[in-house]
Design a protein. Structure first.
Length: 356
């Protein structure tokens, strides 16, 4: 599966690899629409339109944006749960004898992809929907071990017990069924299942949005502890910016299928540069009443345009308080460029602002 022209212990010629656990380049996913039984004009939904980013080993990248911006489609395309239209996804995987190698997930054939499943997993938003209600917890977790390993039944049972303990669950619950647990407990079980094959990379697709706030903190703390203990790398998808600020090292902001800003989480929250990010952060409440009264909420006009027919130029210009009347914004698409060290922005009029 390795490519000799892409050394496993160094950077690739295209800049991916090195200490990056995951490198995504120009990822595109379109869906055909229309042309049903009554005919009609066929079209395409541009759900992901040329997304590129890197995640360094052992770090967490948060992917944020409004519903429908393409976050979950990006995640499923990376794992090839849905087939991407084009692009490159390079995964750094651990070798059994030690060391690592970089694999292009999109170029992998079916056999290679099956092997890659051991190294990349996903935790879904709804822990109940992601677990088979007819399978016991132990069977659901052990299923991956049965399919991907040659473990004996006794060894699988022991491994399941260890995984449940790892996520803070009593191993004695292995014979119980998903409906017998709370949402937070089911999400812990989902995390245990994702860790069954000892992957190095996890996608967390809104893993706490369906949970009560008090339970959210427990699950987030668990994810941080597991990352430190196991050296995991996360892609954390969310719309709750307070959660992203808590757990993510770096943050990328998506709008209508494209990343419009990316930086370290501390820098992005302190000095955002894109008008869309300004608006998102202005809506995040602060626990300090005095500061909250001083804040000015930025309200965006209109609705998110249809991905079937995105606006020309900058996709955000139809709602942008800065660029809606600018000719360059209506006609020329801004490139995602580094405007400060480690801070990439796609905006013709990017301006760093302090959001109180």
């Amino acid at each position: 599966m390795s490519d000799d022209s892409h050394p496993s212990n160094g950077a690739r010629p295209d800049g991916t690899g090195g200490d990056h656990a995951l490198s995504v380049r120009d990822l595109v996913k379109t869906f055909a629409v229309g042309g049903g039984m009554f005919g009609g004009e066929k079209g395409e939904v541009s759900a992901v339109a040329g997304v590129s980013f890197d995640i360094r080993q052992g770090r967490t990248l948060g992917l944020v944006g409004e519903s429908g911006c393409g976050k979950s489609t990006t995640a499923r395309s990376i794992l090839r749960l849905i087939e991407p239209t084009s692009g490159q996804v390079v995964l750094r995987r651990r070798l059994e004898g030690g060391g690592t190698e970089h694999i292009d997930v999109i170029a992998a054939d079916r056999r290679q992809l099956r092997e890659l499943r051991r190294h990349m997993q996903i935790v879904f938003q709804d822990p109940f929907a992601s677990l088979n209600p007819r399978m016991s917890v132990g069977a659901a977790i052990g299923e991956l071990l049965e399919v991907h390993t040659d473990m004996s039944r006794a060894a699988r049972k022991e491994a399941v017990s260890g995984l449940l303990q790892l996520v803070g669950m009593n191993p004695n619950i292995a014979d119980r069924y998903p409906h017998e647990f709370s949402g937070g407990q089911r999400q812990r079980i989902g995390v245990a299942r994702a860790l069954a094959l000892n992957p190095g990379f996890l996608i967390l697709d809104e893993p706490v949005s369906a949970l009560d706030v008090s339970i959210q903190a427990q699950v987030l703390n668990l994810l941080e502890e597991l990352q430190d203990r196991l050296g995991l790398t996360y892609l954390f998808i969310a719309h709750d910016l307070a959660v992203v600020r808590h757990i993510c090292d770096d943050t990328a902001v998506m709008y209508l299928g494209k990343i419009v800003e990316q930086a370290s989480t501390d820098r992005l929250f302190a000095r955002p540069m894109h008008p869309y990010t300004h608006a998102l952060l202005s809506a995040v409440p602060t626990p300090n009443p005095k500061i909250q009264r001083q804040r000015s909420r930025i309200l965006l006009e209109g609705d998110v345009p249809s991905p079937i027919n995105p606006p020309p130029g900058c996709r955000f210009h139809t709602r942008c308080p800065v660029g809606k009347d600018k000719e360059i914004c209506r006609t020329e698409e801004p490139l995602l460029e580094e405007r400060a060290p480690g801070h990439r922005v796609a905006c013709h009029f990017a301006e760093a602002k302090t959001i109180i």
